[in-house]
Design a protein around this ligand. Sequence first.
Ligand code: PGA
Length: 261
Amino acid sequence: MTKKPPFIAGNWKMHMTISQAVALVLKVKDLIRGVGNVEIAIAPPFTALYHINYLLAESSIRLCGQDVFWEKNGAYTGAISPEMLKDVGCQYVIIGHSERRQYFNETDEIVNKKVLTSLKEGLKPILCVGESLEQREDGKTIQIVRRQVIEGLNNISPGQMQDVVIAYEPVWAIGTGRTAKPEQAEEVHNSIRELLYETFNLDSVKETRIIYGGSVKSNNIDSLMAQPNIDGALVGGASLSAEEFSRIVKFEKIQANGNRQ
Ligand code: PGA
């Protein structure tokens, strides 16, 4: 089995007009030229996807949606379907981000419907899970995260797991400048990996990318990526700076030194 490369995705959230997005992506493309052995994705707002898809035509950067609806098509005003995202060049889609759960009342059931439809339509989901500060302080982190993973992946076939990326994003670390300590993140990632193994009983879940998100910056990416079960990062704020994002995707010094297995 060939080992999948680490996966680093930039989530631009509700930032960037089309002209700002174009300028940012051109800069990113330029700065990451020649970077290898890492899969890079960006998730611009829907309105910029069409333009950015053209700019990425000759680039290895993947395009990612920030959200998707669970029906194929129909009378769902304001919604975007998996087919529409694929049509505009997306290969990935972020599902169940804590901001969607918080501001748009997304439940694990809704998240699961989105994951299932995306997989069926050939779009790779990045399933986001993570505990709140209160849940961490109550010692419920592992329990909460395991429940979100189990429910988010309900009814997924073992074969479909190869297209799933899981993002562990502690809510208290998102946009706060407070990153989980590498060992704290590793403990959760390891538990998710064990859970995937128990659920799907497949060796290939060793290859499932479990990425970390929450105040990832160029000055903490190396220590996060040095952990055995951290396979990449979902980067919010820092992905809005081409220089900072490109420094993050170049974390690979560590891989080049052979310190990761
Ligand atoms: P942040 O966001 O890097 O700004 O903390 C991460 C995310 O929400 O995916």
